[in-house]
Design a protein around this ligand. Structure first.
Ligand code: GDP
Ligand code: MG
Length: 352
């Protein structure tokens, strides 16, 4: 699907357009344009009225079918924008929900994603109730108000049912891991921020590797493949870490990271070509998330081909203080990939 991306931010805020583009590509969207505006949020359109009109023209000339904002949109902003531009307008969080829905493999993850979707919808329905109440049309008001109220109550009932179901989902993770290990297989999960290079590295590490027998691993996703030259080591891609997830999305995110619970080893991929403070911040945030899973982690600093040897060395020195093994690689040129394969091999069989 052809999409246009939009971001409104303050001059002091970092741009999130690149991350949004990577997220959109995860859903196989084709980014055909982007609009950025530095200003305070506009209550009506999030961006300014003039920018919104420019967006409408861009959507038309680029033949886009959807607009995605990095900013969270209120229901009325989304409605006004889509009326103006003539195609569906969503925000980053709706996009993330779609990605989680696509990635959710386990019953628990599916329930958590549905729960998050309803959590997102609920305040929006509430806002519609308020909007209806403020309209001075006594004749029509009663009926619409009633319907929205019914919808609202239905969402709350569904959420209560989901909460009960979630409490009773028996997580058979431990058993599944044992089953796989008994057959001599090990699972390595590739984790890291969106755009770090997880999918590229998965391809590099599995090029020429054997097909994984689906029958044995029905619980694993199609993104699981055998590592090259080590048929018993399986590699799997995971959903990327995303900055600034709102609380209602956190549980769905964690459940979608199921493969990390199942993994014997995690390769944390970090884009070392980013400014060093970003590298450090993302490294710390990732490690904090991974600490909850009590799984062994090795770090792969990716995209060294974008830096000079000098720059790599300088950054590596700063990053030396980070615990655990690390390798500097390029997933695209293949530099140091043999080293990474060796680090994976030794770590994944250790501790048996
Ligand atoms: P993911 O979101 O973590 O799965 O990241 P992707 O594998 O989709 O990669 C994101 C972007 O980074 C793509 O445009 C890749 O081509 C690029 N990329 C990945 N690895 C490297 C690398 O080693 N060097 C360079 N220069 N680009 C890379
Ligand atoms: Mg990816």
């Amino acid at each position: 699907m052809r999409v246009v991306l939009v971001e409104r931010r303050l001059g002091s805020e970092p741009s999130r357009l690149q991350e949004l583009a990577a997220l959109a590509e995860t859903l196989k969207c084709e980014v055909v344009g982007a609009i950025e505006q530095i200003r305070e949020p506009d209550p009506a359109y999030q961006i300014g009225r003039g920018k919104a009109e420019e967006l409408a023209r861009l959507v038309k000339t680029s033949n886009a079918k959807r607009v995605i904002f990095t900013n969270q949109l209120t229901p009325s902003q989304a409605f006004k924008l889509s009326t103006l531009v003539g195609v569906e307008v969503i925000d980053k969080f709706q996009l993330i929900l779609e990605i989680f829905a696509m990635r959710a493999g386990s019953p628990e993850a599916k329930l958590q994603v549905e729960y998050a979707r309803l959590s997102y919808e609920l305040p929006r329905v509430r806002e519609r109730v308020r909007a209806l109440l403020s309209v001075e049309q006594p004749g029509f008001r009663g009926r619409g108000e009633y319907e929205v109220k019914v919808h609202h109550d239905m969402i709350k009932r569904k959420m209560a049912i989901l909460r009960r179901k979630l409490a009773s989902v028996a997580t058979a993770r431990g058993q599944r891991r044992k089953f796989r290990r008994k057959r001599g297989f090990r699972l390595v999960a590739l984790a890291g921020y969106t755009n770090a290079g997880k999918s590229t590295l998965l391809n590099t590490l599995t090029a020429g590797g054997a097909e994984v027998d689906d029958m044995l691993f029905t619980t694993l996703t199609p993104r699981t493949r055998a590592m090259r030259a080590s048929g018993k080591i399986l590699l799997t891609d995971t959903v990327g870490f995303i900055d600034g997830l709102p609380p209602w999305l956190i549980e769905a995110f964690k459940a979608t990271l199921e493969e990390i619970y199942l993994a014997d080893l995690v390769v944390l991929i970090v884009d070392i070509a980013e400014p060093i403070h970003e590298v450090l911040r993302k490294l710390r945030a990732s490690r904090e998330v991974l600490a909850e899973y009590r799984v062994k982690v090795v770090t792969a600093f990716n995209k060294i081909d974008k830096l000079s040897a000098d720059e790599v060395e300088k950054k590596a020195e700063i990053l030396q203080t980070i615990p655990g093994e690390m390798v500097q690689i390029s997933a695209t040129t293949g530099e140091n990939i043999p080293q990474l394969l060796e680090v994976i091999r030794t770590n994944v069989w250790r501790g048996d």
